[in-house]
Write a protein that binds this ligand. Sequence first.
Ligand code: IMP
Ligand code: MG
Length: 178
Amino acid sequence: METITINDKTFELSLPYEKLQQRIKELAEQLNDSLANKNPLFIVVLNGAFMFAADLIKYVNISCEITFIKLASYKDLHSSGNVKTLIGFNEDIKGRNIVIVEDIVDTGNTLEYIFEALRHHEPATVKIVTLLFKREVFTKATAPDYIGIEVSNEFLVGYGLDYNGYGRNFKSIYKLKK
Ligand code: IMP
Ligand code: MG
């Protein structure tokens, strides 16, 4: 089994690159179907979603705009629970069809924060696309609209996801070895 080491932790291969790409193409097709003629504004949540967003949006072939926000909520291996915006919205959101692009939805605190911040800007609709979803630990009412892969409650790195800032550069996704 392929493993990687980041600082003090060992991780083993969980979701190989090819599997991610296959699923991402399917997600993009879903978006192309349901958002045709909606001129969506994709809001990519940095840092984690940068790699997923870059791959996903290459397969999106409808008229759309793309922007980025930067948030932080994780420290070490656990969600800290308090989310803070580092770089906020500056596009015109009023009346737009928004699609939030996330790497992973865990407790849902980050999503809730983004929803709340967006609400004041009066978008027409807000949808969520996430590569990964930890349904077991999700505590909120509304789950993401477009889900790539459901994962169990394990700590993942690679393909944009980090462990204390490291590991984002790996092409595949690895899980913490027990
Ligand atoms: P939430 O606010 O608890 O839903 O957490 C969402 C954010 O925490 C994600 O956008 C990720 O940046 C980070 N996160 C959640 N789970 C993991 C993980 O397993 N590995 C790395 N980062 C994670
Ligand atoms: Mg994130």
